[in-house]
Design a binder for this molecule. Structure first.
Ligand code: GLU
Length: 280
């Protein structure tokens, strides 16, 4: 069977050790399976993505010894695809305009309380028309209620996890898209949200195995729902553990000293880093 996987970073900062581990995990899996490895630049969030980070990703991964198929897909070049997918969902009554701000949604929530998943409904047509006339900003949200009705329930939404979620979830998993509430599929400032673009591109690029950090395990539940609604295939998932630093904390974009460029500048070789991460 064909094996296609990908590394899909967002160019919102320099790659660090954690990214190197994730990229090497996917790359090595493709090699071991005699499969294909793709690099996808997830730059739909124009408020946070920067071209210099995009260029640095290619440079850092090349330094690390990785190669990938060309051309690299850049999501910002395909916004029309994602809008068409949202439009298809809209035509079926699966998404609605939400004019609420995060602040309004969070009214009454104490700062220490976790954000409650938002579940709403479309506004009455005249009120919606009025707000649109006034030029008020809105987000497109996926209606869980409409999705449930369209699919006759969520029971058939299962996925295969070959790795593990953060709590050891593995094997055949029942997707729980309802825990996220009515997710935002598009915002005014960021035309498309991450989930829709990922699901669209994984299907378009024929990705058979989604190999990524287990911080994205919950995302798979939502993505599984979108696959069902858009009639797209479900890849096999392989979430891996996250690399942690000596302090027991996972690496993040703010750990400047751990970026691949800094490591390289301080004399660390790609071979040494690969070995340290368990890839020789
Ligand atoms: N672009 C996402 C990120 O950088 C990862 C997407 C994915 O692997 O599904 O967190």
């Amino acid at each position: 069977m064909a094996f296609v996987t990908r590394f899909a970073p967002s160019p919102t900062g320099y790659l660090h050790r954690g990214h190197a581990y994730a990229a090497l995990t996917a790359y090595t899996a493709a090699q071991n399976a005699g499969g294909r490895f793709l690099l996808r630049i997830e730059d739909i969030d124009v408020t946070r993505s920067r071209p210099e980070y995009d260029a640095a990703i290619l440079e850092d991964l090349t330094w690390l010894g990785l190669s990938w198929e060309e051309p690299v897909r850049r999501q910002s070049e395909h916004l029309g695809d994602y809008h068409a997918a949202i439009e298809a969902l809209r035509a079926r009554g699966l998404v609605y305009r939400c004019f609420k701000t995060r602040k309004e949604i969070d009214i009454g929530r104490a700062p220490h309380e976790p954000a409650v998943p938002y579940v709403g409904a479309p506004l009455p047509p005249d009120e919606e028309a009025e707000r649109l006339d006034r030029g008020e900003a809105f987000a497109w949200r996926l209606s869980l209620a409409a999705a449930r009705e369209a699919l006759g329930g969520f029971e058939t939404l299962t996925l295969i996890e070959e790795g593990a979620g953060p709590n050891g979830e593995t094997g055949l998993i029942q997707a729980r898209p309802e825990t996220a509430g009515d997710i935002v599929l598009a915002r005014k400032d960021v035309g498309v949200a991450y989930h829709l673009a990922v699901v669209h591109d994984d299907a378009l690029q024929g990705v058979t195995h989604v190999i990524r950090g287990c911080d994205l395990f919950e995302a798979a539940h939502i993505q599984r729902l979108l696959q069902a609604l858009l009639d797209l295939p479900t890849p096999t998932y392989r979430h891996h553990g996250l690399l942690v630093g000596p302090d027991g904390k996972r690496y993040a974009k703010r750990d400047k000293a751990q970026t691949l460029r800094e490591l390289r500048a301080s004399g660390v070789t790609a071979t040494a880093l690969r070995e340290e991460l368990g890839f020789s």
